[in-house]
Design a protein around this ligand. Structure first.
Ligand code: MG
Length: 254
């Protein structure tokens, strides 16, 4: 016992991960939901429900805002050839996903999230064409998160520094992680954001950023990691969270 305390103290002084930290399991985040489940599709409510049932830490999804201010869940800027930002909601309302589900609104998605408080909602706001469109997306996302009562289970992510900055300004206690990979841990911390959520190639190039981020109190997440060998590499590197299209594989590996 005494030796363990001394070891932890030594680790602290040397800025090494303590034995307890080293044993911490990697958090599993289902990328666009658990969309490989039967009856699901990427960014469908069915994929969110499947992720909830799987019991992962969080389920990630992408948000765009229509020209008339309705937030919807979709990865690409366009859906079936229509650019979401440029059209009113009624023009895309009837479109369906590959599983037959209607294109989900953010409101419907968050309501489904609220029914399962244990699963974190990893809400990505996509970079829009102008700051004013991004501002509208931020305002609407924050409004709906509050209205549906999911503020405590929602974490925001974005490639857009403007979006991260505004999320932090308007909701200072919210988790906001940056996706774009071009800021050091110190830069992310000084912006007031809470984490680095970077592509695997960025953390492969800068493995030292993982420890630096943790020492600054930031979270670390890597995407999109689907192969067991890569999951193992990042687990050994001390990453906090892995976003994956293979949440079942990652859960078993842990
Ligand atoms: Mg995404």
């Amino acid at each position: 016992m005494k030796n363990r305390i001394l070891l932890s103290l030594l680790c602290f002084l040397l800025w090494l991960p303590s034995p307890a930290q080293e044993q911490a399991a990697v958090g599993v985040i289902a990328h666009r939901g658990y969309w490989k489940a039967d009856g699901a599709a990427e960014n469908s409510i069915a994929a969110l429900i499947a992720a909830q049932q799987l019991g992962v830490y969080g389920s990630e999804f992408d948000v765009w805002i229509t020209a008339d201010g309705v937030a919807v869940i979709h990865h690409n800027a366009t859906i079936q050839g229509v650019r979401i930002e440029n059209v009113p909601y009624r023009e895309i309302e009837a479109l369906t996903l590959s599983n037959g589900e209607r294109l989900p609104t953010l409101e419907a998605y968050l309501k489904a999230g609220a029914r399962h408080k244990q699963t974190r909602l990893i809400l990505e706001i996509k970079p829009h064409s102008t700051p004013s469109r991004e501002e509208a997306a931020v305002q609407e996302a924050l409004r709906l998160v509050r209205a549906t009562g999911v503020a405590d289970q929602t974490e925001y992510i974005s490639f857009s520094a403007y979006i991260c900055r505004r999320l932090h300004e308007l909701s200072p206690r919210a988790s906001v992680a940056y996706l774009n990979g071009d800021m050091t841990p110190a830069e992310v911390a000084s912006a007031g954001w809470t984490g680095l959520d970077y592509n695997a190639s960025v953390f492969r190039k800068h493995p030292e950023w993982i420890g630096q981020a943790h020492r600054l109190g930031l979270t670390t997440n890597v995407w999109t990691v689907n192969k067991p060998a890569d999951m193992e590499y990042f687990r050994r590197a001390g990453i906090g969270f892995i976003t994956t299209n293979e949440p079942v594989v990652l859960k078993e590996l842990r």
